[in-house]
Write a protein that binds this ligand. Sequence first.
Ligand code: MP5
Length: 222
Amino acid sequence: MQNEWTRTRSFHEYLLETNEAGWTKMASHPFLASAADGSIADDVFKTWIAQDYLFAEAAMPFISILIAKAPVYLRSTLANSITALVQELELFEEQATVHDVDLTREMSPTCHAYTQFLMTTAYNRPFEVGFTVLYGAEKAYLDSWNYVRSNQRVESRWQTFINNWTNEAFHGYVDWLATTLDALAANKSQPDRDEMEHHFLLTMRYEYCFWDMATTKETWMV
Ligand code: MP5
């Protein structure tokens, strides 16, 4: 890697600054811009709901594998994120009923690839690398939905989702992930940090693809 993290700034700041252009593009994707100004098509938003429901379901085994590899002092907070996911799935189910969304769809190619990436990283790579992916995915949702919230002028019909990732508790969780990531990275070798950095980049790219997948209503072609 050309850029190396130095102890003058925290590791999570280094990741965000190194990838600033891509990160801004991801967290202001046209999906988000149109969700903010209210012009987003219903079927586009509903595609996202159905696919993100499947993503959230897959996040449970991902975090469970992380817990199995985690140092003891991180287990309880990670276990709480499983409880949060159970509540989030209920929120999706309620909203699907309100907005008449079919949640029985198959994973899109992007959702499938992204969740496979979560699983293979958690199973096959060191804990810190999987944790970097978790931080990247949660930070992506915090920044993306905050972008929507700060640009919306009127209440959205999708407000429940906007509020879900912009509330104080979620901010606090992502702050905890960032601080924990910094502490983990500080104890690793440079090659290990390079792997963490590469997985952060991949996570950012998948997050961009996820917004794009909903916007284009991506399907399997055969
Ligand atoms: C999250 C999500 C945030 N729901 N979907 C994608 C594609 N990326 C990140 O995770 P969580 O567990 O819903 O906060």
